[in-house]
Design a protein around this ligand. Structure first.
Ligand SMILES: Cc1cc2nc3c(=O)[nH]c(=O)nc-3n(C[C@H](O)[C@H](O)[C@H](O)COP(=O)(O)O)c2cc1C
Length: 170
């Protein structure tokens, strides 16, 4: 029998929109993900996993949410090599076309600087924006969900993303 490494899904339990997306993702993983509340998590809580799904919506014109900014110093000195990170998060391509889902890019930079690898890249096709720190080539460094303008596309995007994560996660 193959025993899969438990995957941790980190998000703010207070973030209503994000929590709804997490629910869908978790269900597609047959509720096998371990939910961790980033509002109260310690560095030790974070370092228990090898596979991660991080919920990173973009706030404040291209910034990370406050709860991530407050948490990241706890793992600033950690070596994340050998770990895989899948990022997703909300953004608003009409309201913030120059900073669309920048948070995904900021988080990817933090992870990669510490040796972690990013999985679950997605095509930029189907989105209309001007610039994004999350863009690398013709892909985003994670799954961009825009419930302000493209809510109807979210379910299918989530399903496709989870399918690819199931193949990519070791
Ligand atoms: C004050 C404010 C600033 C925002 N800034 C950005 C931004 O720079 N880029 C972006 O793509 N979306 C931005 N958004 C849109 C949010 O990322 C989007 O609404 C997301 O779904 C919020 O998820 P949450 O409520 O779970 O945090 C912003 C929203 C608000 C209210």
């Amino acid at each position: 029998m193959i025993i899969m490494n438990k995957t941790g899904i980190f998000y703010s339990f207070r973030s209503v929109k994000t929590a709804q997306q997490v629910k869908k993702i978790s269900r597609l993983f047959d509720d096998q993900l371990e939910s961790v509340d980033i509002d109260v998590a310690t560095g030790e809580d974070f370092m228990r996993f090898t596979n991660y799904i991080l919920a990173v919506p973009t706030w404040f014109d291209g910034e990370l949410p406050t709860y991530w900014d407050e948490f990241l110093p706890a793992i600033d000195e950690e070596d994340l090599s050998g770990r895989q990170f899948a990022l997703f998060g909300g953004g608003d391509q009409k309201g913030y076309p120059e900073n669309f889902v920048d948070g995904l890019g900021l988080m990817a930079e933090f992870i990669e600087e510490r040796g972690g690898s990013i999985v679950g890249l997605t095509s930029i096709e189907g989105y209309d924006f001007e610039s994004s720190k999350a863009q690398r080539g013709n892909q985003f460094l994670g799954l961009a969900l825009d419930i302000e303008n493209q809510a109807a596309l979210s379910n299918e995007r989530i399903e496709q993303w989870v399918q690819s994560l199931k193949k990519e996660f070791k």
